[in-house]
Ligand binder design. Structure first.
Ligand code: SF4
Ligand code: SF4
Length: 373
């Protein structure tokens, strides 16, 4: 018996795929769905698994609110604006940036990827955003990589675990207070934490809510979890300073834990969970799993200095400044199309793209159906 929430998820995913396939046949591109905006490259943590650590706190420039407002004006409507970095909450004008996209009704949801070191800021920001834009979704993706000692060790910040739990406990009730508000956890799986995934999930279900959603991603690294990227477009710096993958012989244990965690999830049809499990297979065999159809089409990346890339493992192909901050002009430019022609042969485990690719494949939808039975 399929639960009604799973039926809705599968039906919605299949309907979107039919629509998106039709648009792609007509225009050559999927409509933009997820736009990653690295809003700052400043950060107050020192995570071992950070793949952009070389760019942090070195003075990389940030687009102004006015420039980002022009981006918001020119981008076609899309689903999720993902504010990331660096730590997005370090930008004092974060709410103004969110408002640029919300007031123009360009997004359904603004997602904030955060290390949750500042619970007061997160709560205040939610209250203020929902007061002005009650219909636009706000969604937090909170990083948590292990129980107290493990998390604080990986993140290089004593007390980080307690701040994350405080943030989760204070944000959770806001989901009841404001519609279209969501609070999720994302855990990066590494050699240091893979043995405590289930224990961590149990802690969250006990101390935050039995309905908490926790996503998982295997630590990514352009050297070890990406294949066949053309050397001239490969972004060679995207690698953690100090982090190992879990040993391959323990992958079955990780898969079993992820499946056990999925059985406690508020929904079982979970494309992202399928992605995580498929990436373990990709690492083990080096073979592609779900073809990367979303990079540079349904998903794009804007860096804080205005550089734009089709994904984070390939180099930027243009800067918004060259196009007067007109996103659509850049997205349809010769440079954008040329780069699309260069990313047809690679495959990688990057969740922002491979995770999305699961939703863009009938095999993925069949997998979601199987999960929910
Ligand atoms: S992973 Fe995120 S929170 Fe950690 S150092 Fe990198 S940008 Fe900062
Ligand atoms: S996200 Fe897609 S385009 Fe980018 S490196 Fe990975 S497989 Fe290639």
């Amino acid at each position: 018996m399929i639960r009604s929430i799973d039926r809705q998820i599968i039906k919605g995913t299949a309907q979107r795929l039919i629509r998106n396939n039709r648009i792609k046949r007509e225009t050559g591109l999927y409509p933009l769905s997820n736009l990653f905006l690295f809003i700052t490259m400043r950060c107050n943590a020192k995570c071992d698994h950070c793949f952009c650590w070389q760019d942090l706190n070195v003075g990389i420039s940030e687009m102004s609110v006015e420039q980002l407002d022009r981006v918001a004006e020119t981008v076609p409507p899309f689903n999720i604006l993902i504010l990331t970095g660096g730590e997005p909450t370090l930008r004092r004008d974060l709410l103004d940036v969110m408002a640029c996209f919300a007031k123009r009704r360009k997004v359904d949801v603004v997602r904030i990827n955060t290390n949750a070191l500042c619970p007061d800021k997160l709560v205040k920001m939610t209250e203020e955003f929902k007061a002005e834009f009650p219909d636009v979704g706000i969604d937090f993706q909170i990083s948590l990589d292990g129980l107290k000692e493990t998390h604080d060790g990986i993140r290089g910040v004593p007390g980080n675990f307690d701040k994350v739990i405080e943030s989760l406990q204070r944000l959770w009730p806001l989901q009841q207070k404001y519609p279209a508000t969501a609070v999720n956890v994302l855990t990066i799986i590494t050699a240091l934490n893979y043995k405590q995934l289930y224990e961590l999930n149990e802690y969250l279900r006990t101390h935050v809510s039995p309905d908490i959603y926790q996503g998982f991603e295997i630590v990514r690294d352009v050297n070890r979890t990406a294949w066949n990227i053309l050397p001239e477009i490969r972004e060679d710096d995207v690698s953690p300073k100090n982090m190992d993958l879990p040993p391959v012989e323990d992958f079955p244990r990780i898969i079993a834990d992820l499946e056990r965690i999925n059985s406690h999830s508020p929904w079982h049809a979970d494309a992202y969970r399928l992605h995580t499990i498929a990436t373990l297979k990709m690492i083990e065999t080096g073979k592609p799993q779900y073809p990367c159809v979303t990079a540079g089409s349904a998903v794009g990346v804007i860096y804080s200095n205005g550089d734009v890339a089709h994904c984070e493992f390939t180099k930027p192909f243009a800067n918004l400044e060259q196009f007067g901050f007109d996103f659509e002009a850049l997205w349809q430019s010769d440079a954008a199309w040329e780069r699309r022609s260069q990313i047809r042969c690679c495959h990688c485990t990057h969740g922002s793209f491979h995770g999305k690719a699961v939703e863009y494949s009938w095999r993925g939808i069949a997998g979601m159906l199987k999960q929910s039975l």
